[in-house]
Write a protein that binds this ligand. Structure first.
Ligand code: 5RP
Length: 237
């Protein structure tokens, strides 16, 4: 089974197992796995199984996809939403046994943290490559920074034990990656992280940092699609 099918299993499971009634307000994350959750939501709206749901998106990627699938969208400051979502569904780059996450592979973690933390129930959809014993084993911690603060923040991240690198675009975007909020991303390689909750706060204490990609104590449930075609479910204890 391909990794894409594993992502699809997880993306569909989140919608099939959690989106229930009309009027539900749903946070929608970013990345390649959430594409399948958006596809499933669109399909169920079209066939009449769901109605009157409202999505709050975390990036231009998910906003455009929701529009393409005719899913009504709004924002957290819409009075009908008033800063509270029933559920949020999002991907992740790495997760540990305590269901802490590293996110931000798609440079969208700031808006993702805002939306995901506004949800009463936060659902994560991943493939099995994302599972690790300790966060940081596989992935660097993305840090969104105000461009003018780049060098200052880099020095502070080194002092915290990281090897920081400015994330660069590719052939289709020369120079640094610019987030949907107009900022830079630093990928801070820490290696295995002993205390993700402490590090999350330490990074956010640096002046010039907008938000980092450590998501601790937020997740309610994780659906992990596996290459053998099964799904493993991890619930917050
Ligand atoms: C974007 C994210 C994504 O959710 C994360 O990178 C996972 O993406 P994918 O589903 O493509 O593996 O945090 O900022």
């Amino acid at each position: 089974m391909s990794i894409d099918l594993a992502k699809k299993l997880a993306g569909y499971a989140a919608v099939d197992n959690h989106v229930v009634g009309p009027g539900m307000k749903i946070g929608i994350g970013s990345g390649s796995t959430i594409v399948y959750s958006i596809e499933r939501l669109g399909e169920k709206l079209k066939n009449g199984e769901f109605r009157d749901i409202i999505a709050v998106c975390t990036s231009y990627q998910s906003l455009l996809l929701c529009r393409q699938h005719k899913i009504p969208v709004s924002t957290l400051d819409d009075p009908a939403i008033d800063g509270v979502l029933d559920i949020a569904i999002d991907g992740a780059d790495e997760f540990d046994p305590k269901l802490n996450l590293i996110k931000g592979g798609g440079a969208a973690h700031t808006q993702e943290k805002i939306v995901d933390s506004a949800a009463k129930f936060f659902i994560v959809v991943v493939d099995e490559k994302k599972q690790s014993k300790k966060l940081g084993e596989k992935f660097s911690v993305p840090v969104e920074v105000i461009p003018a603060a780049l060098n200052v923040v880099m020095k502070h991240l080194v002092a915290l034990g990281a090897r920081p690198e400015l994330r660069m675009g590719g052939v289709q975007k020369m120079g640094p990656v610019i987030t949907d909020n107009g900022n830079f991303i630093i990928d801070a390689k820490f290696g295995p992280i002993e205390d993700p909750g402490k590090l999350e706060k330490q990074i956010n204490d640096i002046t010039g940092v907008v938000e980092n990609g450590l998501f601790t104590n937020m997740v309610s449930i994780i659906y992990m699609g596996k290459n053998d075609g099964s799904i493993e479910v991890f619930k917050r204890k």
